[in-house]
Design a protein around this ligand. Structure first.
Ligand SMILES: Nc1ncnc2c1ncn2[C@@H]1O[C@H](COP(=O)(O)OP(=O)(O)OP(=O)(O)O)[C@@H](O)[C@H]1O
Length: 447
């Protein structure tokens, strides 16, 4: 007798004289492949067999939508340029076994995924699968955001990622794996609105205004060391995920500091409350309504709100497999997580803190402190940063970076993509986008 988990059950075909069960079979700890078993049946039992199959599929896809229709966007140049073979060899056959409908397109140039999402027939698809790094889902969210029916498009189309880049934070956060085949099964089985009983997995997006541009971010906005490590280490790409840690250690040893002014609209400022908030389930029914698209605090070109009080904002917990930077981040709590690192922290403590990032345990380290209440609500002038390492939940901020003398390249990164160096303002849109995930929280270890 063979046991197959409902989670692994992909489909059942009913033939003339036999049924074929199609399922995901483990080939190693980190990979599965489609497999099948055929059982004969007598035609006199057809009605009963059909009923059994229909019950089995209903249970195998509880809360989910079977036969999802996907637009698949592959960046052939993502990561180590293996995205096409990753999709063809590790994902495609699983999707086909699960009777998903696929429309596959490769990106031909930078920003191509923006165009695809902007012109997508949203009625013809349930989701977009990006087989890429985090740059392509960033473009897809922005393409959907640029549409005249943005609220509906972002609510209707679930965006997900198969690990075809070097970071793949979205895939790790939502499926808990960097394995393309395991992530494929997670996507096939993820919640998605079917009817009123079906579940949609909302994701907060962050509006970022800079100059006269308005874009959305789903993962992170970074300035200073993190942005430099992300964007200034392209020459270390051959190292894979390890380039982020190598880049950080290099900069810590140089004690790099990044002058700026930051004003923040704080939501939760102490670790005990952040932990409580993290452990409380969020309401699922936050929908992409039109008003969610509005900017409550204006743009970077408007006067600074008076009640704002500081640098690395993010929406998802994992920056890459080894970097659990924001352990208290939640997909749709209408807040984002801010970490500020004091440049006065000793090299030893800074290294210890940043290495603890691998597990997310930096949240509990004494140098990861939340600011005193008296600091909340004031714009903090930080030319060298005031606090040690600070973790807060915020809903908006403005960053005014200052160029350093003698430094040729300064970086600001939005979801890992470079934007021009200059002031920016960010605010969160609660649950505006839709993703494919099964849990209520990110898959990274929480607080
Ligand atoms: N055909 C293409 N030619 C050149 N650039 C492309 C092409 N397709 C996509 N791009 C660009 O590649 C950039 C990075 O894409 P992506 O995030 O998929 O890969 P990555 O950078 O290797 O991964 P990660 O974000 O994890 O580092 C995006 O800015 C995207 O616009």
């Amino acid at each position: 007798m063979r046991t197959i988990r409902l989670y692994d059950m992909l489909w059942v075909d009913i033939g003339e004289t036999a049924i074929t069960l199609k399922f995901a079979e483990s080939v190693s700890k980190s990979s599965v492949k489609p497999a099948s078993i055929t059982y004969p049946f007598d035609d006199s039992a057809r009605e009963k067999v059909e009923e059994w199959v229909s019950n089995l599929l209903a249970r195998a896809y509880e809360g989910s939508l079977p036969s999802k229709r996907f637009k698949v966007i592959i960046n052939p140049f993502g990561g180590s340029r293996k995205a096409v073979s990753i999709f063809d060899n590790q994902a495609k056959a699983l999707f086909e076994a699960a009777h998903c409908k696929l429309d596959v397109e490769q990106t031909l140039h930078t920003q191509h995924a923006i165009e695809i999402a902007e012109n997508l027939d949203i009625e013809a698809y349930d989701g977009v699968v990006c087989c890429s790094g985090d740059g392509v889902p960033h473009e897809v969210f922005n393409g959907l955001f640029k549409r005249s029916d943005a609220a509906r498009a972002l609510s209707k189309i679930a965006v997900c990622q198969l690990p075809g880049g070097s970071g793949n934070a979205m895939c790790w956060n939502l499926t808990g794996t960097g394995s393309a085949s395991l992530a494929t099964v997670a996507i096939i089985k993820a919640y998605l609105v079917v009817s009123t009983e079906g579940k949609r997995k909302p994701l907060d997006l962050i509006s970022v205004t800079h100059g006269d541009c308005h874009i959305v971010s789903f993962l992170s906005q970074s300035f200073g060391m993190i942005a430099e490590v992300d964007l200034g280490t392209e020459h270390l790409r051959w190292m894979g995920d390890a380039r982020f840690i190598a880049g950080l250690l290099q900069r810590i040893s140089k004690k790099s500091a990044y002058p700026c002014d930051i004003a923040v609209k704080v939501a939760i400022d102490n670790k005990a409350s952040i932990r409580d908030h993290y452990r409380t389930p969020e309401n699922e029914n936050v929908r992409g309504a039109e008003e969610l698209l509005k900017l409550e605090y204006g743009t970077v070109n408007d006067p600074l709100p008076e009640d704002w009080s500081l640098i690395h904002g993010a929406l998802m917990a994992w920056m890459s497999a080894d970097v659990n930077f924001f352990p208290a981040a939640k997909p749709n709590d209408g807040m984002f997580d801010l970490i500020c690192v004091d440049s006065a922290l000793s090299r030893f403590k800074l290294t210890k803190t940043l290495l603890a990032v691998e597990t997310g345990s930096h949240f509990d380290m004494p140098q990861v402190i939340c600011p005193h209440h008296s600091l909340v609500g004031v714009a903090i002038k930080s030319s060298s940063v005031v606090l040690k390492v600070d973790y807060k939940k915020i809903i908006a901020y403005r960053l005014i970076p200052h160029k350093r003398e003698g430094v040729a390249e300064e970086y600001i990164s939005i979801d890992g993509e470079r934007i021009p160096f200059g002031p920016l303002q960010a605010e969160v849109h609660r649950g505006l986008a839709t993703v494919l995930a099964n849990g209520d929280r990110y898959e990274a270890r929480g607080v």
